[in-house]
Design a protein around this ligand. Structure first.
Ligand code: ADP
Ligand code: ASP
Ligand code: MG
Length: 405
């Protein structure tokens, strides 16, 4: 007997027939003699709708009440799935994040899981009851509902799998696995049988939404065996494994893109020690993550500072910086939400040079201008105008020989 965590994303639970399809996937594991915990997302489109409702009231809403609203989507699905399982004669019970509880920090809207009190939950699983857990939610230190950031049900599933010492964590979604790039953008994308945690982490962190970044971080840290597979096919999917398990290391294994960032430029910032800390400190205090950063000397002891933030944080970032303008002493604050980040990822970059040059050439051939560049050991990212995002992804996928025949 094994313990399995199965996670089903929004499209997998989009309506009642699809929830019945999930019942069949759960039943298969039970019939194989396994104990099953199921983590569910909100039905497709529901979270977007809930987010939109909060934004209609105020774009700079109170994060605690935002969580109260957006956490409800998952509650509906967990109840529906428990009912659908019961109808097939399967013992099942729903669990909300606060009932287990899944304890998180207090950063509402993007909380991190700190601990899961698993004893009672685990005991109930031992009685053969299927646990149906609302993903995405937790309980903050103030005893209020928190949510884990968009796509956070993946992280709920991995954290639960770790707490339960599950044998596997299967992430069921609407594609057959992890591809060389988003298969909805590039028809010639190839499915990978295996990908390393490191590459998956980079791909997720630069925009491949197939797994939430934090879920990959946790799986890597806690050694959770993770599989990405489709709710709608029998394909075995993609295993996310340690780098040592991958025999043939590709130079470039994937291309990712994100339209989720916005660019901010502060012009004529004083070029002296402490200025970057004075700018990024208040943003960090407001829980705004800064991603790419570039600084251009403009002479006379002043520089232009350009950086990116998550698009949904743009208004807040502009507000924070505008308030601090007297102290920071910049000349102008410019921002542009119409940008995209395109990235090339591969562990082979550790030992080979020339990958960046190939990227710059492929983009230049298409006349695409690069606004900001950032790199890590196994990734190169560039910021470009949003309108060129798909063209760039296609061009790079072909340039690195990733197109399927
Ligand atoms: P779910 O609702 O099941 O959590 P998501 O929409 O969060 O599903 O993630 C699945 C989607 O991720 C796919 O439909 C696909 O468009 C997108 N995606 C982006 N990059 C990749 C990639 N490299 N491989 C597979 N899917 C990707
Ligand atoms: N329902 C949440 C979202 O849409 C969490 C998830 O689906 O993983 O972001
Ligand atoms: Mg998702």
């Amino acid at each position: 007997m094994a313990r399995i965590v199965q996670k089903f994303g929004g499209t997998s639970v989009a309506d009642i027939p699809r929830i019945e399809n999930v019942v069949a996937k759960v039943k298969r594991e039970i019939d194989a003699g396994n104990q099953v915990a199921v983590v569910v997302s909100a039905m497709a489109g529901v979270t977007n709708h809930l987010v939109d409702l909060t934004r209609q009231i105020d774009k700079l809403h109170d994060a605690r009440e935002y969580d109260v609203v957006v956490a409800t989507g998952e509650q509906v699905t967990s109840g529906l799935l428990a009912l659908a399982l019961q109808k097939q004669g399967i013992k099942a019970r729903s669990w909300q994040g606060w009932q287990i509880p899944i304890r998180t920090d207090g950063v509402h809207g993007k909380a991190r899981i700190e601990a899961i009190e698993i004893a009672e939950f685990s005991r109930r699983m031992d009685t053969g009851e299927v646990a149906v857990v609302s993903g995405f939610q937790g309980l903050g230190p103030d005893q209020r509902v928190t949510t884990l950031g968009r796509g956070g049900s993946d992280t709920s599933a991995v954290a639960l799998a770790a707490a339960l010492q599950a044998d596997r964590c299967d992430i069921y979604t609407d594609v057959d696995g992890v591809y060389t790039t988003d298969p909805r953008i590039v028809a010639k994308a190839r499915k990978l049988d295996k990908i390393s945690y490191e590459e998956m982490l980079e791909m997720a962190s630069v925009g491949a939404k197939v797994l939430q970044i934090r879920s990959v971080e946790l799986a890597m840290k806690l050694g959770v065996r993770l599989r990405v597979l489709s709710s709608f096919s029998e394909d075995p999917g993609t295993l996310v494994v340690g780098e040592e398990e991958i025999v043939e290391k590709e130079l470039v294994s994937g291309i990712a893109y994100s339209r989720d960032e916005a660019k901010i430029t502060l012009t004529l910032v004083a070029d002296r020690p402490g200025v970057a800390a004075a700018i990024f400190g208040p943003l960090a205090d407001a829980a705004i993550n800064v991603d790419m950063i570039v600084q251009n000397a403009s002479g006379q002891g002043r520089t232009d500072l350009t950086f990116t933030v998550i698009k949904s944080d743009l208004e807040r970032a502009v507000q924070v910086l505008t308030q601090k303008k007297p102290e920071l002493g910049f000349d102008d604050l410019l921002f542009d939400p119409n940008v995209a980040k395109v990235s090339v990822i591969g562990v082979g970059m550790r030992s080979h040079s020339g990958v960046a040059l190939g990227m710059f050439r492929a983009l230049a051939d298409k006349g695409i201008n690069i606004q900001v560049i950032s790199t890590s050991e196994i990734k190169i990212s560039v910021l470009i105008a949003e309108e060129y995002a798909e063209l760039a992804v296609h061009a790079l996928h072909a340039a690195y020989g990733l197109d399927a025949d």
